[in-house]
Design a protein around this ligand. Structure first.
Ligand code: NAD
Length: 500
């Protein structure tokens, strides 16, 4: 039977790939449960074509001047800004998050584009005149070549933008493999790049699954991989990519704790626990999934959180609701199975999001905000990343007990402390083993000019995303020692060069 659905195809050499895909995946509207499109899955042949086009483009793009590259970046910035609402609507249609949230992710991606517009300043090297008599030394940074970006479903616009603006500004060409669950944002962005005047092949979109990922990980012409996704895949990508000689940064999963000290403003803490726990239906790597309440405030905090949850409206992200559906039926069922597991393991189910009334179609992938109290560290809902609207309260008796719990957790992406005690906050920022820390800020996502990334099982590799670490990741350093002919320095000398 011929499908009447549109097929979202790869973007290779500045245009949509016209070949018929051997395999496709289904793309859903999570708020209605309907299949809205098929997405092409690349095979090895398509991976080769994509990388070959990107390699050819790189050879001339790296030679274009900083002025030219910056002009293209500025044009792209203007187009992205002008089309942000269309892009946000695409994200909501395939991911399900509410429109305001989609707009927020486009804005945070735009900030990285703006940071990359400053590439001439960021690429400036050092220069030392006269390190030896008549000898000067200077450093330069050069692009890597074709770089791969593999992104997750939860930020189809922002996460790719953590990487490609800087990579392109630095003179690389980029092959991006978006999540097959919400692939349209990448194609929309590719069209904006084309309108901005980026030469064809510098930005390539390769759709697919493990076959496409493995193709990039093992291709000799792909020089680096920037991956964001779950921890088991991040570990696999890191190990496979580095075994094939690539530079790899692989950002993984998370389990973010919010430590609430007894002196905290409990109204602020309750507001922020709800915002950070249920924003984007908990499908954020910086979502708060555990509130660690230091007694004696737990009862009051739980009551405040539950009351606020009762005011949330779950439904279609296009209808002004607070929280949308989960991304797929399979994922919704997985998250719901954690709710069942938590109740079975003995946690107190304060608010049960299963079967709630929603403002949306019956077939949508719904699960309402869910709250567990009296969660203990041996429970699966504490140990594992759930990636849904499920918030756990763990009760402790001291700051030290709370800190130890956070530091013992295998994930180390983000964390937050809520307190009015500056000394306690300062101690926490120093002692906590987590990459991104908020002080009375629940989702401490760094600005574009700082770098984003966690510790422990939340990141494999040495480099965080964007900021100066991003610039360094997408460039290689070179140091040049130069002497222009001076007759007084002739003659043979086989000794190791030292300064004279
Ligand atoms: P995922 O790991 O399932 O998929 C990520 C990417 O890997 C996708 O492009 C997917 O197609 C590909 N992939 C999936 N299975 C693969 C396999 N077996 N072999 C090779 N490639 C494979 O992640 P997801 O469900 O799309 O995203 C959610 C996860 O991403 C969560 O764990 C979340 O914490 C994490 N995340 C982390 C950050 C961070 O900054 N640390 C940011 C966003 C999301």
């Amino acid at each position: 039977m011929t499908s009447l659905l549109p097929t979202i195809s790869h973007w290779i050499n500045g245009t949509e790939w016209s070949g018929a895909p051997a395999r496709v995946g289904e793309v859903y509207d999570p708020a209605t449960g309907a299949i809205t499109a098929n997405v092409a899955f690349a095979d090895a042949e398509v991976v080769d074509a994509a990388v070959a086009g990107a390699k050819k483009a790189y050879l001339s793009w790296r030679e274009s001047s900083l002025t030219k590259r910056t002009q293209v970046l500025f044009a792209f910035r203007e187009l992205l800004n002008a089309h942000r609402e269309e892009l946000a609507a695409l994200v909501t249609a395939e991911h399900g998050k509410v429109l305001a949230d989609s707009l927020g992710e486009v804005t945070r991606g735009l900030e990285v584009v703006e940071f990359a517009c400053g590439i001439p300043q960021l690429l400036k090297g050092g220069f030392s005149e006269g390190v030896s008599t008549g000898v000067d030394v200077y450093s330069i940074r050069q692009p890597l070549g074709v770089v791969g970006v593999i992104s997750p479903f939860n930020f189809p616009a922002m996460v790719p933008m953590w990487f490609f603006p800087i990579a392109i500004a630095a003179g690389n060409s980029v092959v991006i493999k978006p999540s097959e669950k919400d692939p349209s944002a990448a194609n929309f962005i590719a069209q904006l790049w084309a309108k901005a005047g980026l030469p064809e092949g510098v930005f390539t979109v390769l759709h697919g699954d493990k076959v496409a990922v493995d193709g990039l990980l093992t291709h000799p012409d792909v020089k680096s991989i920037s991956f964001v996704g779950s921890t088991p895949i991040a570990r696999y990508v890191y190990e496979t990519g580095t075994a094939h000689g690539k530079r790899v940064q692989a950002l993984g999963g998370a389990k973010n704790h919010m430590l609430v000290l007894p002196d905290a403003d409990l109204n602020l803490a309750a507001d922020q626990a709800v915002n950070a726990g249920f924003g984007s239906a908990g499908e954020r790597c910086m979502a708060i999934s555990v509130v660690v309440a230091v007694e004696p405030v737990a009862d009051q905090l739980v009551a405040g959180i539950a009351e606020r949850m009762s005011r949330l409206r779950t439904g279609d992200g296009r209808r002004g609701c607070d929280m949308g559906p989960l991304v797929t039926r399979v994922h919704r069922d997985k998250v719901a199975s954690y709710v069942a597991a938590g109740a079975k393991e003995g946690a107190t189910l304060v608010v049960d999001g299963r079967g709630i009334e929603v403002d949306g179609a019956d077939e949508g992938f719904w699960l309402g905000p869910t709250l567990f109290d009296h969660v203990t560290t041996d429970m699966s809902i504490y140990q594992e990343e759930i990636f849904g609207p499920v918030l756990s309260i763990v009760r402790v008796n001291s700051y030290d007990e709370g800190l130890a719990l956070i530091n013992d957790h295998p994930y180390g992406n983000g964390t937050a402390i809520f307190t009015n005690d500056g000394g306690a906050a300062r101690r926490f920022q120093n002692e906590v083993e987590v990459g991104m820390v908020g002080i009375n800020v629940p989702v401490p996502v760094p600005m574009a000019y700082y770098s984003f990334g966690g510790w422990k099982n939340s990141l494999f590799g040495d480099s965080h995303a964007h900021g100066l670490e991003g610039v360094n990741f997408f460039t290689r350093g070179k140091v040049v020692t130069s002497r222009w002919l001076d007759p007084s320095h002739g003659g043979l000398n086989l000794g190791f060069p030292t300064q004279t």
